[in-house]
Write a new protein. Sequence first.
Length: 72
Amino acid sequence: IIERLHKEYPESEWTIQTVPLFKFLKEARAARHKIDELEEINSSLSRENKKLNLDIEKIKTLDLELEEKQSP
């Protein structure tokens, strides 16, 4: 509604009074979008971190097995 007010009645007193609210809502939408992006990146990094930790554990196990085979 505020966007429509700004488009259709840019010189209206009501439009002028809603400028701070309009800016706030626009910034809030942008912040929400950024939060969504960051949550997706965080989720992706968490998955990658778990995979890398599993790989590290597998390598440790293989290393121990190799050491056992090499020791007399």
